[in-house]
Design a protein around this ligand. Structure first.
Ligand code: ASP
Length: 326
C-alpha cells in the first residue's frame, strides 16, 4: 500500500476569464480544505470521515455550488443533492431535493448508516433530516446575491448555465485557454457556480468518495443530476474512489464514476490510465471532469472542458492546486 492520498474539486468548467481575485479565492479555499483533510488523515481518520469533513467545509463556504451558495432553480429556490460512498463495503447514501438541510453530505451519510435505504429525496429526505436532528436553516440561507444575479441573466438568455460547454466562436484570453465572446448568449464574465467533491484513500488503503451540489443554475424544479447518483457522479470500491463534476446529463449517460472503477477491475488499467480512458471513451466533448484516488495511494484527475477547480495531496509530500490544464 502506498499511504494516504486526497483530492478535492470545486467543479468543472471554469470561465476562462475568471478574475484573478476569484482564482485566488478558489485556490485558497481548495488549499484550506486539502489541509483539513491532510490533518485528519495524519490523525488516522477513516477515508469516509475525511470526505465528509472536507465536503462539509466546502458546503459551508458560499464560494462553490453546494450548501450555501448553491445554484438556483428556475423558481429561484435551492434544491440540493449529495452522495457519499465507502469503498470497502460498498455502502452508500444519497439525497436530493433538500431545501433546509445545512450540510447535505452529512444527511447522505445518515441515509447510509441510519436508514434501510440508499437514497432519499424531497419531502421524505427532509422528514428524515428532522428525525435525525441535523441542523436545518431557512432556504434563504443558501441563496447568495451573486446567484440571484446569475439566475436573472440565465432567465434573460433563456438558458440553463452550462459554462463548461465548448462553444463556437473562440478567442484567446488571459488564462491561456480559448474562450468564447458569448456563451449561450451570456457574456463570458458570467460563470456558473461549481459543484464540490472529495475522494480519499486512508492509511488502511480504504477509499471513499463524496459529492455535493445545488445542481445547474436555472434548472427545472425536480431535476436530479449526476451528483447524488452512485455510479454516475460518485463511486468508491476496493480499488478506487471517484467524484465527478460537469454537465450531469452527460455524466449520467456515461456512468462515469463507476466506469473508472470498472476499467480498473476488468481491464487492469492503472488509475490515471483508467481516468483518461473513461474521459476519452465515455464522455461527450467539453462536458465534465473528475478526481480519483486508488487504494495504492495514487491520485488522478481529468477533464475535457475549460478547466476544473481541483487540488490533491499524497503522503509523500506532493501537493497541487490548479484550475486550468496541468
Ligand atoms: N454535475 C452537476 C450537475 O449536473 C453540476 C456541476 O458539476 O457543476 O448537477
Amino acid at each position: 500500500m502506498g499511504g494516504w492520498a486526497i483530492a478535492v474539486h470545486g467543479g468543472a468548467g471554469v470561465d476562462p476569464n475568471l478574475p484573478m481575485e476569484r482564482q485566488e479565492q478558489a485556490k485558497q479555499l481548495l488549499t484550506r480544505c486539502l489541509n483539513l483533510g491532510i490533518s485528519a488523515l495524519r490523525s488516522d481518520l477513516a477515508a469516509i470521515d475525511v470526505v465528509e469533513l472536507v465536503v462539509r467545509e466546502l458546503e459551508t463556504d458560499p464560494f462553490f455550488n453546494s450548501g450555501r451558495g448553491s445554484a438556483l432553480t428556475e423558481k429561484g429556490t435551492v434544491e440540493m443533492e449529495a452522495s457519499i460512498m465507502d469503498g470497502p463495503k460498498r455502502r452508500c447514501g444519497a439525497v436530493s431535493g433538500l431545501t433546509t438541510v445545512k450540510n447535505p453530505i452529512s444527511l447522505a451519510r445518515l441515509v447510509m448508516e441510519k436508514s434501510p435505504h440508499s437514497y432519499l429525496a424531497f419531502s421524505g429526505a427532509e422528514d428524515f433530516a428532522r428525525q435525525q436532528g441535523v441542523e436545518l436553516v431557512e432556504n434563504e440561507y443558501f441563496i447568495t446575491e451573486e446567484n440571484v444575479g446569475m439566475l436573472k441573466l440565465a432567465k434573460e438568455a433563456n438558458t440553463i448555465l452550462f459554462d463548461y460547454r465548448v462553444p463556437l466562436g473562440m478567442e484567446s484570453c488571459s488564462s491561456g485557454v480559448e474562450s468564447p465572446l458569448h456563451m449561450n448568449g451570456l457574456p463570458i464574465s458570467v460563470y456558473a457556480p461549481e459543484t464540490v467533491g472529495c475522494v480519499v484513500v486512508d492509511n488502511q488503503g480504504h477509499c471513499a468518495a463524496a459529492t455535493s451540489t445545488g445542481g445547474l443554475m436555472n434548472k427545472m424544479t425536480g431535476r436530479i443530476g449526476d451528483s447524488p447518483l452512485i455510479g454516475a457522479g460518485t463511486y468508491a470500491g476496493d480499488l478506487c474512489g471517484v467524484s465527478c463534476t460537469g454537465e450531469g446529463e452527460a455524466i449520467i449517460r456515461g456512468t462515469l464514476a463507476r466506469e473508472v472503477a470498472a476499467v480498473m477491475e476488468y481491464k487492469g488499467l492503472g488509475l490515471q490510465e483508467a481516468v483518461d480512458f473513461v474521459i476519452k471513451e465515455r464522455l461527450d466533448d467539453g462536458k465534465a471532469g473528475l478526481i480519483a484516488v486508488s487504494n495504492k495511494g495514487e491520485v488522478a484527475c481529468g477533464f475535457n472542458c475549460t478547466g476544473m477547480f481541483r487540488g490533491c495531496a499524497t503522503e509523500d509530500g506532493f501537493m497541487e492546486v490548479g484550475i486550468w490544464e496541468q
